[in-house]
Write a protein of this length. Structure first.
Length: 229
């Protein structure tokens, strides 16, 4: 499929790179959808919103998306809210989410932190089909890479994951460009695990009477400047 029409829903630098990739491929990006129109003064690079504005692409919130005309593809790239069913239905070909963790075992909020706390020997990212829940849709592709959790911080692991995810996004783009059949595999429900925002906040409470190695692990698991532990 050449020059498909797209709605991109996203946040952070990864979604900005996804938008740049689609523009270079001359895809027809109809709208860029963001979580909110709040600015982040600490972020110095071009934002998703800025790149969209420079290319005369309307920037909307989800509730502002016109429901009257369908597009070929809907892409959620680290979009922070559940994509509503009526928005998913606007996709004629496919609606996908790019998630910064390998599914089904690393769904939900900030599993960078959990991978370090659990001393995981791998991490990764996922492209999956959108459904009516968070991170539960069938898998298009999962990418996994080895890590040494004893040396990682939330920041370093996030950087590695974002680099891997933009590669995964480009692979998806090539599938679309070539008219290839898109893989689809149901997630193993026995391996599904979801970390909620509330559970993530509780992880920040360091248990009493733990050793120095464990204190160091907690510190690395939540080290992500400019955010505070």
């Amino acid at each position: 499929m050449k020059n498909p029409s797209v709605i991109l829903m996203g946040s952070k630098p990864g979604a900005a790179l996804a938008l740049i990739t689609m523009l270079e491929l001359e895809w027809d990006v109809k709208y860029v959808v963001i979580s909110s129109k709040l600015k982040h003064p600490w972020y110095k690079e071009k934002t998703l919103e800025k790149i969209a504005e420079e290319n005369k692409i309307p920037v909307l919130t989800q509730k502002e998306i016109p429901r009257v005309k369908k597009v070929d593809i809907i892409i959620s790239y680290m979009y922070r809210h559940l994509v509503k069913p009526e928005v998913i239905e606007l996709a004629k070909v496919v609606a996908l989410n790019f998630h910064p963790g390998p599914l089904p075992e690393f769904a939900g909020w900030y599993f960078y932190n959990m991978a370090i706390l659990e001393n995981s020997n791998y991490y990764g990212c996922t492209c999956h089909y959108l459904d009516n829940n968070f991170d539960t849709g069938p898998l298009l592709k999962v990418s996994r890479f080895p890590i040494n959790a004893q040396e990682e911080t939330a920041y370093t692991l996030e950087r590695k994951t974002q680099a891997d995810m933009i590669k995964l996004f480009y692979e998806f783009c090539i599938l679309i460009e070539n008219g290839s059949e898109l893989p689809k595999e149901e997630q193993n429900k026995n391996k599904m695990r979801y970390l909620s925002k509330e559970e993530f906040q509780k992880l920040k409470n360091i248990p009493k009477n733990i050793n120095e190695e464990s204190i160091d692990r907690y510190a690395r698991a939540f080290w992500y400047p400019p955010y505070q532990f």
